[in-house]
Design a protein. Structure first.
Length: 339
């Protein structure tokens, strides 16, 4: 172990991420032989085989799976140390890892483009979680500096700061029978086939809670792991969908989807910028955090106003007032581990 280097650890974790030496080489801007050499040197130092190789197929060995946990911890600790030193130098440069739930990918890149114009020395890396559960894992493992998500994780000690309202709505294809009723009750919505996200999704949890509160048993026709699949299925007339308004701006503008103004909707929650309470943010991370808190609300509200009735107020999970026009009273909160 004395001869193991951080360079070898970075190469190892990248190969483990992609399960491909070629793709790892592309991500690291190295040649495949250089990646192979680094892994072989690491395996030699450990006197263990970290990957099982069958032709072009690569998989982690049992020892490799265990070592990956410690390699990630070591790299995360090194990143924390580098961030701490950057604070002393007061430098806004370096690599910044930002995690997103998949719903946020529809608007965050627009904010990041503006951020990079003001902070050209910051290299941004996006990590898009398939769902909330996966993003919580990235936070816990220290693989992201900041995360953009809805519900902050109660199972971790985090600092969560709301920055914008997050409306959710039912949608249908134009001409759907549900539009024969101006403001259909939840019972009417629940009678139609519903195309929904998987149980680990925050969007699904919000929809389930809506029907529970209305004491309606919804007709779940199909579970789908992505917003895009749900949108395509709804446009094809397979049923109704329940989605974040921020995922359907384009389809609404093009007339491919329409909002079902059901009783008790839109359901407005909040977007949060989250980081581990124990993590010392680098100047670059602090700059992005501040930028999102300052500009995120106005950016989203400008798009939401066209589709939502102004002034309709609902209660957010944290007990803060949020309105359909996208304004919230911003306060930070700290979530604690469950006892």
């Amino acid at each position: 172990m004395k001869t193991v280097t951080f360079r070898q650890l970075r190469v190892f974790t990248e190969v483990a991420r992609h399960l491909s030496f070629v793709r790892a080489a592309e991500a690291l801007h190295l040649t495949p032989p250089a990646v192979t050499m680094q892994v072989k040197e690491l395996e030699s130092a450990l006197e263990l085989q970290l990957f099982d190789r069958e032709g072009r197929k690569v998989s982690l060995s049992t020892a490799g799976e265990y070592f990956l946990v410690y390699a990630k911890r070591l790299l995360a600790t090194l990143k924390d140390a580098d961030d701490a030193m950057a604070r002393f130098r007061k430098l806004e440069w370096g690599v910044l890892n930002l995690g997103l739930v998949s719903t946020a990918k529809y608007f965050v890149p627009h904010l990041l483009a503006r951020f990079q114009q003001e902070h050209p020395g910051v290299e941004l890396k996006l990590h898009v979680g398939v769902n909330r559960e996966e993003l919580v894992g990235l936070l816990q493992q220290g693989e992201v500096d900041l995360a953009i998500m809805g519900r902050p994780p109660k199972e971790l000690v985090t600092r969560a700061e709301p920055f914008a309202a997050h409306p959710h709505v039912f949608v249908a294809a134009p001409g759907h029978a549900i539009f024969s009723v101006g403001h259909p009750p939840a019972s009417a919505v629940g009678q139609h086939p519903l195309l929904v996200r998987e149980p680990a999704s925050g969007t699904r949890a919000l929809m389930d809670r809506y029907f529970q509160d209305q004491r309606v048993e919804p007709r779940i026709a199909m579970e789908m792991p992505s917003n895009e699949t749900i949108k395509q299925a709804v446009m094809a007339g397979m049923g109704l969908g329940f989605l974040s308004l921020h995922t359907i701006w384009l389809e609404l503008r093009c007339g491919l989807l329409e909002i079902v103004h059901a009783e008790g909707t839109p359901i407005v929650r909040t977007w949060n910028v989250v980081h581990m309470q124990s993590k010392l943010l680098s100047p670059a991370a602090e700059a992005l955090r501040y930028f999102i808190l300052e500009h995120g609300e106005a950016h989203l509200a400008a798009h939401d106003r066209r589709w939502l009735e102004l002034g309709a107020e609902v209660e957010t999970p944290a007990g803060k007032t949020a309105s359909a026009k996208g304004t919230i009273r911003r306060t930070s909160s700290t979530t604690r581990r469950r006892p």
